[in-house]
Ligand binder design. Structure first.
Ligand code: R5P
Length: 294
C-alpha cells in the first residue's frame, strides 16, 4: 500500500545546501556521459589510479610464456587487479563472468608476429563489447608505423562506436622496433591518441621527461609493462611512472612471468595504490613469495 504519510511528512530537503556531484578523480572525464564515467570509475579507483592486468598477448603472439593456461596462471591474480585486459575469446572461455573486475577488451587485431604488426583492423563490433559488459575497449595505434593512418582510423572508428554506447577507448601506443621510446616520441603519440578521442592512453615509460608525456596528455596515461625486468626494476619503473603523473599501470609479462605472480601483483598494487617505495614493494614480493628473486 502507498505510504501517503511519509510523503506528507517529508521535510529533509537540505534547504540551503546546493545539490552537487563530486568532481571525478579521472583526468579529463568530467564532461563525459554518465555511462562512460561509470565505466571509467570501474577501471580507476577513488585515487584516480588503476592496476590493470594485461594478458591479451595471444591475439598476435599465440600462447606466450605464462599464458599457456590463463585459467590456471592468470585468473587467480584477478582479486588484486582493478581491471583485466584480454580478448573476447579469452573473456568468454576462461574469465569467470561473475568476476567483479572491470573488463577491458582488446578490439583490434589482424596480423600475427609473422607479419607486419601495424597492419591491424578493428576486430570486433561494439555491440559485442556491450554484451560482454566491457568497461573499455583497447586498440593499438602505430604512430610512425607503416600503417599509421589505418591504425589511427581503427581508433577513431572505435571512439565513435564507443561514444554511441558509452564505452571508453584505451588507445595503446604501439612502438615498433625501429622507433625510439623517448619523451618526444611518446609525447607525440599519446597526444595524437587523446586529441583524436581516446578517453585513456596506454604508453611506455621513459627515463627522461616522462612527466612531460603525462602533462601533455589530457586524459589518463597508464604505463605499459613491456618485457620482463628484474623485480626491483619493474617496481621502480611503476613507481616512477605514477610519481610522474601516470594514472596507474597495465602490466602483463612483468607479473605473470614471475616465479610468484600472485606475490608480484600485490607488490605492484602496493606501489600504485599504497605508494610504497620500490624497495618496500620488492621486500613485499620477497616476503609473500617465500624469498623468490625472479
Ligand atoms: C600490446 O602490445 C598488448 O596490449 C600487449 O599484449 C600487452 O598489453 C603487453 O603487456 P606487457 O608488455 O606488460 O606484457
Amino acid at each position: 500500500m502507498a505510504d501517503l504519510d511519509s510523503t506528507v511528512d517529508a521535510k529533509d530537503f537540505g534547504i540551503g545546501t546546493p545539490q552537487s556531484v563530486p568532481a571525478s578523480p579521472i583526468k579529463g572525464s568530467d564532461q563525459l556521459d554518465f555511462g562512460m564515467r561509470h565505466r571509467l570509475g570501474r577501471i580507476f579507483q577513488g585515487d584516480g589510479r588503476t592496476v590493470m592486468l594485461a594478458f591479451d598477448h595471444g591475439y598476435f603472439q599465440g600462447p606466450t610464456r605464462g599464458l599457456e593456461r590463463v585459467d590456471l596462471n592468470v585468473v587467480p591474480l584477478a582479486p588484486w587487479a582493478d581491471a583485466l585486459m584480454a580478448t573476447r575469446g579469452i573473456m568468454r572461455t576462461v574469465v569467470p563472468a561473475a568476476s567483479p573486475n572491470a573488463l577491458v577488451l582488446r578490439a583490434s587485431g589482424g596480423p600475427s608476429i609473422l607479419k607486419e604488426l601495424s597492419d591491424e583492423r578493428v576486430a570486433m563490433d561494439i555491440g559485442d563489447a556491450v554484451r560482454i559488459d566491457a568497461a573499455a575497449v583497447a586498440v593499438q595505434v602505430f604512430i610512425g608505423g607503416e600503417h599509421e593512418t589505418q591504425s589511427v582510423h581503427n581508433m577513431t572508428q572505435l571512439v565513435d562506436a564507443g561514444l554511441s554506447v558509452g564505452i571508453p577507448v584505451v588507445g595503446v601506443t604501439a612502438v615498433g622496433r625501429e622507433l625510439t621510446r623517448d619523451a618526444r616520441y611518446l609525447g607525440l603519440a599519446t597526444r595524437i591518441i587523446a586529441e583524436l578521442g581516446a578517453q585513456v592512453v596506454k604508453t611506455y615509460y621513459c627515463d627522461t621527461d616522462f612527466e612531460h608525456v603525462t602533462a601533455g596528455c589530457p586524459v589518463p596515461v597508464i604505463m605499459a609493462g613491456g618485457k620482463k625486468l628484474p623485480v626491483l626494476d619493474a617496481l621502480t619503473m611503476a613507481y616512477s611512472a605514477v610519481d610522474q603523473g601516470a594514472s596507474g599501470v597495465d602490466m602483463g609479462r612483468n607479473i605473470f612471468q614471475r616465479k610468484d605472480p600472485v606475490a608480484m601483483i600485490q607488490a605492484v598494487r602496493s606501489v600504485v595504490h599504497g605508494r610504497s617505495k620500490p624497495q618496500e614493494a620488492a621486500d613485499l614480493y620477497a616476503e609473500l613469495s617465500g624469498g623468490a628473486r625472479d
